[in-house]
Ligand binder design. Structure first.
Ligand code: ADP
Ligand code: MG
Length: 332
């Protein structure tokens, strides 16, 4: 069976001689002038797949841009311009007004200009392309991790999966917990400032959109190195361990997806600098493991024994996407 990534590799990964970096990273890199690299990415949200059709439109507008800003963050880039392609079942002002407000408020906060797009009738689909810039050659990429690097992650992982578990009634969160955690799923905060601050320190970086195991896996594969992370060090809310059964807690932290935190690697001698950057950005940074020679990700417990989590992360064409009920069914 063809996975999402096999599919992209086989049909759409081709040499891009006019780009610095083509398919395979969080963004593509294009050198337009000697002074700056253009950084480009696109991300799509589909009703019934990425969000419930009755989702709050203001939050949806925010999230559609936030997930794209997160890819800018992963490259250490400064976002500048966006285009917005929309397929809408109907021209409903009651939906459009809050959607535009949510989108444009976040755009204003990051000084992103909405410069174009496309609008058509069809099943609700939101596709944003984001463009930004970075100093030539300075972008954080997935392919720069080196043996001896430490592996870091920002914030905490598994919050979005926790809220999803509440929404599909597999657990019950108290109202104050819902209020505290649901923005982590519905209105993620892209780590743009943090990404920019990591330029010159991090050897590699990715945003955690599909789950730590899968996304760190992309760094390891592209960098041709191995990674070891210690489970107990993976930062998560106490609620993840308290509310979810052990196996589900593991999945939420390592394969839950929708976290939009940054995972990066940096030389061990820059440990103190990384901590400082986290402090300055007001975002907890946690060192969770190290890069070694070899291939693949090993997750170990406190005794150093390997732990198996069964699944690796989000794959739009994988078994989880079809069978788990994790994704709300497609609406007619
Ligand atoms: P991210 O999660 O960072 O948005 P994805 O996992 O969606 O990245 O995509 C992985 C890589 O494949 C990215 O470089 C993306 O630009 C590229 N990609 C995905 N779909 C296509 C496609 N249909 N054609 C060309 N490139 C694609
Ligand atoms: Mg990404």
């Amino acid at each position: 069976m063809l996975s999402e990534f096999d599919l992209i590799r086989r049909f759409f990964t081709r040499p891009a001689p006019q780009a610095i970096l083509g398919v395979g990273d969080d963004c593509a890199l294009i050198r337009l002038t000697p002074d700056a690299d253009l950084v480009v990415s696109t991300d799509m949200l589909i009703a019934g797949r990425h969000f419930h059709r009755d989702a709050d439109p203001a939050k949806l507008g925010h999230k559609a841009l936030a997930v794209n800003l997160s890819d800018m963050a992963a490259m250490g880039a400064t976002p500048r311009w966006a285009t917005l392609a929309l397929a809408l079942p109907e021209a409903n002002e009651l939906w459009l007004e809050p959607f535009a407000r949510g989108f444009l408020q976040l755009a204003k906060r990051y000084r992103v200009d909405l410069v174009g797009g496309d609008t058509t009738r069809g099943p609700l689909t939101i596709c944003v392309q984001i463009m930004g810039e970075v100093a030539p050659g300075a972008a954080l990429r997935r392919d720069g991790a080196k043996p001896g690097d430490e592996i870091w992650v920002s914030g905490q992982l598994g919050d979005a999966a926790l809220v999803l578990a509440h929404l599909d009634h597999s657990i019950v969160l108290e109202p104050h917990e819902v209020a505290m955690y649901s923005p982590r799923l519905h209105e993620p905060s892209p780590r743009v400032g943090l990404g920019r601050a990591l330029v010159g320190i991090a050897h590699s970086c990715i945003d955690v959109s599909d789950g730590l195991a899968a996304d760190l896996g992309h760094i390891l594969e592209r960098s041709q190195v191995a990674g070891v992370i210690e489970l107990a060090r993976v930062p998560r809310s106490r609620l993840v361990d308290r509310k979810l059964p052990a196996a589900a807690a593991l999945r939420a932290m390592l394969a839950g997806g929708d976290d939009y935190e940054l995972c990066f690697t940096a030389p061990a001698e820059r440990h103190g600098d990384a901590l400082q950057i986290g402090k300055r950005a007001g975002i907890a940074l946690t060192c969770i493991g190290r890069i070694e020679e070899g291939a693949g990700l090993t997750i170990v417990d406190a005794k150093g024994e390997p732990v198996s989590i069964g699944i690796t992360g989000w794959d739009h064409f994988g078994a989880l996407a079809r069978d788990s009920g994790f994704v709300p069914p497609e609406q007619p």
